[in-house]
Design a protein around this ligand. Structure first.
Ligand code: HEC
Ligand code: HEC
Ligand code: HEC
Length: 501
């Protein structure tokens, strides 16, 4: 059995012949030694909780040998023909997932984020881990049936906890069948908007969202860059603020932003309330001098004074109440009942056969590991360039790296966060182009191809596959009453859609 794996592996690695044979020889010797070691030590699972058993599987099967920030060196690393591969594997492994952190979180009894669980589930279902080179030198490190089941049981517990908490937060009444679907698929349906929302506050927020008095020169409102009838964004590669300044990044959609784990591409705001405090006094966005100025302007309007008083009490127009009202309104921007949600609920005729196949491809090619959950994104910060380096992306883009390209690093200063971006949610994708943080991807087709090249360990897809995935992504457009809300600040400084510059 060890030999079988060995031939399989060495058949597709190594470029120089000499090194290649040396590696085979080394691998063979190592196999024998390791095999003896493994059979002597045994891999008994002794823990009696699902969490404990899961951690033991990771530890017993060498997963932490690669998936840690500073993985321990293994003795054969220095051997010719081996060192390069191992170093590369370790580097790639950590870019995809930090299992040391996972073990810590599990030991602390936490519920993990959806993408982490989805990645583990996918790799274990496909039995793709550990990578072949490692499995070759560590016979028995591939998961056996029992170990696979332990991981899948753990995945099920995690997903049940995630889905139950989500349903509770958003007032979803899931019957057993819907709960089962939500746990067994990587994507779940979106809830209806309105649960737990203070409607009077939200309606005040709706008007503030469209109010140009939040900007320094009375030209811009939130809606200027996040137009509700335009997918919740502006259709521009880079947002254009007061005085027509071009910001460094593309405006993400406000639809379903309530589900984001943090706000902004780099996650610098904790939630919608905190986020809304940013743009009005940002000099390149709305350019107001201060929140006192904004509050003064609004206080001159008797109608506003009345409405604030009704919601927040007397003399309470300030940064906190203004942003709270806007955030309350944004909670209404959930877009359920897309054709795909109806398909998930069991209506096979809701989407075309091509789109249904596209969804299967979306799962098969690991897209649904990062774009997972109800909003299909927004839950994690992922490297732009897990398999192909981000440097290649930026080089090909045609202009140098800018501030907005740092990603999560800009907020945390942690080196491994460089070029990690909040995964965009894919809901309503047909309305939210151009794509990516830098707005460089002009079509869904282009975005999908770039994803294949940079994010997944799979060969470039055929045209047919791309078309099917795109057909699937086009079924994600949902419903919300504000999607036809046609108010737009009258002093529109934007050129019409698509002819930027
Ligand atoms: C020799 C190093 C090595 C070991 C040991 C290893 N992995 Fe990996 N792992 C990788 C590499 C490299 C990748 C990057 C993707 C690829 O190359 O397929 C990866 C990717 C992953 C991913 C992300 C998959 C994705 O595409 O999102 C998961 C999850 C994972 N490994 C889990 C495990 C588990 C569980 C174990 C233990 C059973 C394990 N790995 C052992 C090297 C390793
Ligand atoms: C000048 C254009 C502009 C204006 C005006 C503007 N935004 Fe934005 N908005 C952006 C850009 C660009 C980003 C992304 C910035 C980043 O991530 O660094 C963003 C990000 C966001 C996000 C985060 C979404 C996510 O997925 O991370 C929300 C929510 C949001 N804006 C809501 C608002 C609200 C509410 C207002 C009014 C108070 C507002 N915006 C005003 C351009 C604008
Ligand atoms: C490792 C995580 C990861 C995987 C796997 C992944 N994506 Fe992405 N996806 C991202 C990130 C991060 C971005 C944002 C990149 C940026 O803004 O520079 C993104 C952006 C996108 C966008 C553009 C969305 C927008 O609004 O800008 C589409 C479309 C997309 N991905 C589709 C896919 C498809 C299809 C697959 C599978 C072939 C896939 N993704 C696999 C992380 C991932």
């Amino acid at each position: 059995m060890a030999d079988e794996q060995n031939t399989k592996e060495t058949g597709n690695t190594g470029s120089s012949k000499k090194k290649w044979w040396l590696a085979v020889l080394v691998a063979l010797i190592v196999c024998v030694i390791a095999y003896i070691g493994v059979s002597m030590s045994g891999r008994a699972i002794t823990a009696d909780t699902t969490d404990g058993r899961f951690v033991q599987v990771l530890e017993n099967n060498g997963c932490l040998a690669c998936h840690a920030e500073n993985p321990p060196a293994v003795w054969y690393e220095g051997l010719p023909g081996v060192s390069g591969t191992i170093a590369q594997d370790k580097q790639n492994a950590y870019r995809f997932i930090d299992l040391e952190a996972v073990v810590e979180q599990v030991n602390a009894g936490e519920v993990l984020d959806a993408p982490t669980v989805a990645k583990i589930e996918q790799s274990v279902r496909n039995n793709s881990m550990p990578v072949t080179s490692y499995a070759t030198v560590h016979p028995g490190s591939s998961l056996n049936g029992e170990e696979q089941q332990i991981v899948l049981d753990w995945v099920r517990e995690q997903k049940t906890a995630q889905v139950t908490a989500f349903a509770e937060n958003y007032g979803m009444n899931l019957d057993d069948a819907s709960l089962e679907r939500a746990v067994s698929e990587p994507v779940m349906i979106l809830p209806e908007p309105g649960y737990g929302v203070d409607m009077e506050m939200a309606m005040l927020g709706l008007d503030l969202y469209h109010d140009t008095r939040l900007s320094g020169d009375n030209t811009l409102a939130c809606a200027s860059c996040h137009q509700l009838s335009h997918g919740g964004e502006d259709g521009q590669p880079h947002a254009r603020g007061i005085t027509g300044n071009l910001g460094g990044v593309s405006a993400p959609t406000v639809y379903n932003a309530v589900f984001n784990v943090l706000q902004f591409w780099d996650g610098r705001a904790a939630d919608l309330h905190a986020q809304a405090a940013g743009p009005p006094t940002n000099p390149v966005e709305m350019g107001s001098e201060s929140w006192e100025d904004i509050a003064d302007r609004l206080s001159e309007d008797p109608e506003m004074v009345k409405r604030f008083e009704a919601v927040f009490g007397k003399d309470n127009i300030n940064v906190d109440t203004i942003t709270q009202a806007i955030a309350e309104f944004e909670k209404l921007l959930i877009t359920p009942n897309s054709p795909f949600d109806r398909y998930l609920m069991g209506d096979d005729s809701a989407i075309s056969a091509d789109a249904a196949q596209g969804y299967e491809l979306f799962k098969k090619y690991y897209c649904a590991t990062c774009h997972t959950g109800a909003s299909m994104g927004g839950q994690s910060f992922e490297l732009l360039g897990t398999v192909t380096d981000a440097a290649v992306y930026f080089e090909e883009r045609g202009y140098g790296i800018e501030d907005g390209d740092m990603g999560r690093y800009a907020e945390t200063g942690v080196e491994s966060d460089m070029y990690r971006f909040k995964v965009p949610n894919l809901r309503n994708l047909e309305l939210t182009g151009p794509y990516f943080h830098d707005g460089t991807q002009l079509s869904i087709q282009q975005a999908v191809r770039t994803m294949f090249r940079f994010q997944t360990d799979h060969p470039q897809p055929t045209d047919d596959e791309v078309n099917k995935i795109v057909a699937f992504l086009m079924t994600l457009t949902g419903e919300n009453e504000y999607m036809t809300y046609d108010f737009y600040p009258s002093n529109n400084i934007y050129p019409s859609y698509g002819d930027e510059e």
